[in-house]
Ligand binder design. Structure first.
Ligand SMILES: Cc1ncc(COP(=O)(O)O)c(C=O)c1O
Length: 403
């Protein structure tokens, strides 16, 4: 533990020697735009999740947006609606708009931080095309209910699994239950490429559409398309009887969202340590849950059900209504004692200015707004040790004792 400034930092990243070697190798090869390493990273990521396909993009937000934009090939129209929780990192709502859809926000459950499945059906209209549940802080959404609603109303389910590495629901990995799932590879996440995102699916057609979408909507749908050959050109172009130069054939409205080789190199190194990092973070998560249970008069966190595993993304702490102190007083106390924290996001529709044009009013999402005003989260990352968790306990204890 780094006791120099008594700090428990919020996050960390692990960059392996293998990652460094691969980065140097890519630099020496002068091939740094999307190529062999990106393909290898995608293959390994798909294997980790036991799915057919993984398509790497330049951010988790783009992973969400591109996964949604796939739906235009299945009949969706601009301005159609996507159901999302009101509580998430703002990227979820932004991605819906980036993809050309309208977000329909649904309140969360205070205890799980996730979309309240019982409030979804009343938001479904003839324009609804998808539900995008977010497994916030790694807590699995009630996927059985979500999938049942989607089946009843003929909707797609796109999981925002950005925070859900290592999470499981009824024996299935989170990210493998919906039609598509989007992950972030930003530094705050268990697998990181620095910046980046990745979409997984077992549907080969959807994967081909994603590959087209990330490259401006190019016509090529083959697995070794423009982006993926070492020469930089699509191999299939040369088999094309019409000899069309497909580099400039665009058959859908696309994005510019490729991952580069340097990012993939960092990700490939990180994948080797995945199991070890998840295990260490799970250990920390469980210990922190025990710590918070000691202060249950005023504070709570989420519960792990017997049929699930919470992905150890970070550790949420929410004030109960009985708490005689404010979230900000607690945050200042933690900060003074060198413990880094972040608030638990905001209600996208009613507390984020970027969504005010949608016309929602403060008070419409009471549970989301409660969590946003009374919640915080601290790190559970692999560089936090037992001694630091004991320190967190001591600092919390000293604060709560004052009341
Ligand atoms: C729930 C959720 N969705 C989407 C994203 C977007 O990821 P990125 O920052 O890689 O764009 C994040 C980022 O952390 C997130 O937490």
């Amino acid at each position: 533990m780094n006791m120099e400034n008594n700090k428990i930092p919020f996050g960390t990243i692990t960059i392996t020697e293998k990652a460094k070697e691969l980065v140097i190798g890519a630099l020496n090869s002068k091939r740094i735009s999307s190529g062999r390493l990106v393909r290898e990273f995608e293959k390994k990521f798909a294997e980790l999740y036991g799915v057919n396909e993984a398509v790497a993009v330049s951010s988790g937000t783009d992973a969400d947006a591109l996964a949604l934009a796939v739906l235009y090939d299945y009949g969706a129209k601009r301005g159609d609606e996507v159901i999302v929780p009101a509580l998430s990192f703002v990227a979820t709502g932004n991605a819906v708009l980036h993809a050309g859809f309208n977000p329909k926000f649904v309140d969360v459950e205070r205890e799980t931080l996730n979309i309240n499945p019982h409030l979804i059906e009343r938001e479904i209209t003839e324009r609804t095309v998808a539900i995008m549940p977010v497994h916030l802080m790694g807590k699995p959404v009630e996927m059985d209910t979500i999938m049942e609603i989607a089946k009843q109303h003929d909707l797609f389910v796109i999981e925002d699994a950005a925070e859900a590495y290592g999470a499981e629901y009824k024996g299935r990995k989170i990210g493998t239950i919906g039609h598509l799932a989007a992950f972030s590879l930003y530094v705050a996440h268990i697998i990181t490429t620095g910046e980046g995102g990745i979409v997984i699916t077992s549907d080969k057609d959807m994967a081909a559409i994603l590959r087209s979408l990330r490259s401006h909507g190019r016509a090529c749908k083959c697995e070794t398309c423009v982006l993926n050959t070492t020469s930089g050109y699509c191999a299939k172009r040369f088999d094309n009887p019409a000899k069309t130069d497909i580099r400039f054939v665009f058959e859908r409205h696309g994005f510019s969202s490729k991952m580069n080789e340097l990012e993939a190199a960092i990700g490939l190194g990180a994948l080797d340590l995945y199991d070890e990092i998840v295990a260490k973070r799970r250990h920390n998560l469980v210990r922190m849950m025990n710590v918070i249970s000691k202060y249950s008069e005023f504070l709570f966190t989420f519960k792990e059900e017997s049929y699930e595993k919470i992905g150890p993304h970070a550790f949420p702490i929410i004030l109960k209504e009985s708490a005689p102190f404010t979230r900000d007083e607690l945050v200042i106390h933690l900060e003074k004692n060198g413990i880094d924290s972040r608030n638990l996001f905001q209600s996208m529709p009613t507390q984020c200015a970027g969504f005010s044009f949608l016309g929602y009013k403060l008070g419409e999402f009471p549970e989301t707004e409660y969590v946003a005003d009374h919640g915080l989260h601290v790190g559970v990352h692999q560089d936090i040790d037992d001694e630091q968790i004991e320190y967190l306990d001591k600092v919390m204890g000293a604060f709560v004792k004052k009341y």
